[in-house]
Design a protein around this ligand. Sequence first.
Ligand code: NAD
Length: 428
Amino acid sequence: MSNESLSVDPIYADPVFKMAKRQFEIISDHLEIPADRRERIIYPKRAISVALPIHRDDGSVEVFHGYRVQHHLAMGPTKGGTRYAPNLTIGECAALAIWMSWKCALVGLPYGGAKGGIRVDPNTLSAHELELLSRRYMQEMLPFVSPHTDVMAPDMGTNEQIMGWFMDTYSVHAGCAVGEIVTGKPVSLGGVSGRREATGRGVVFLIERALDHLSIDPAQCTAIVQGFGNVGSVTACGLAFKSGMKIVGISDHTSALYDPEGLDIAAADKHVAEHGTLASFPQGERVDPETLLTLPCDVLVPAAVERVITAENAGKLRCRVLAEAANGPTTPDADEILDQRWEEVFVIPDVLCNSGGVIVSYFEWVQGLQKFFWSDTETTDRLYRILETAFAAVIKRAKDRKISHRTAAVSIGVERVMAARLARGLFP
Ligand code: NAD
């Protein structure tokens, strides 16, 4: 089957979508999926684009653009984050929704993938404008979402408070409190304590699991973490304080910092909580952000944006474990290089690595539907059990079939989605 077998619908023409499509073609070839099934499996069931007019604080009216893509509804509702970013496209949302489907299926959750968001830099809005825009977005989504159709969660640029506004807007229209319409909401509204930390905690668990598999002592390791938001900061803190690693590099969109003697991560975390970014953090040498990724370390964690490990730098990575906390950080060209370097670089692919977030979101949704809440210990134990099962399945498949960890992980997800969609017929 040729790699050019799938067309790209022009509305999805975005480099991130093309990347998701190319990854899927590699998996389809591996699984020998017949040509006439491929488009059916990869193309989202629906994509929604909405205009979002709001009153700015100065009295003017500005229209923002929002999106939501629902990949498939074969096993239950779709589930996925909401991203506020100035260059967001519907094609990027589609790619992220597709990856979310493979991820949910890999870890055994009864969801299809979704993703959405608003094309906006949230830092340019006042708190009042952010609330107006968030409420307007949910209002426009009302015909397309419900606790059994599509359940939103936070992603880049959004947080618990925004989920609280989404929940309130939906609930006002429903005439009753519908907490299970979103996950990652404040604990006071039925959120799960630890949801904010769940993705980073899962990343740390899987890094420790990978090091154990490689017989490496985490306490002797160094780590570099790109991105110091929700996922990056929790991961850096976990690696430093739980695993005992020395964190030699961190970065965000303003700065990249390196200190071979180790950075004070507690101080960096406090600094970002107070100042918003690492820009004025006084420690470490300021380095070129691209160079940071190729500096020597045992564990490299991209926890920011897509397509940062490319054909240009994949051959230069000097880490033993590449833990993909971000979605889509590695391009297919870079994958070809990393496949050659499989004995040097142990990849924990994104669909596995960052799945802790959606797993705990699933727990929050289940508890909300049942109005029956679990203890923190129960939540964490169940999270680690699911991650352990998925990690073992990926390692086993990769070994048995002599394929990369990514091909192993994504192929398990694709097989399960395909089985469900075929069992249903053409509708979902
Ligand atoms: P966030 O908005 O909380 O933080 C993003 C961080 O990345 C910020 O520190 C920002 O400054 C930094 N950043 C942005 N562009 C950068 C660049 N070019 N170079 C270096 N740093 C840059 O977002 P988040 O929730 O932590 O999400 C990070 C990644 O993890 C995304 O890919 C997201 O899709 C993925 N993810 C998040 C969750 C979750 O639960 N939040 C779950 C699964 C996957």
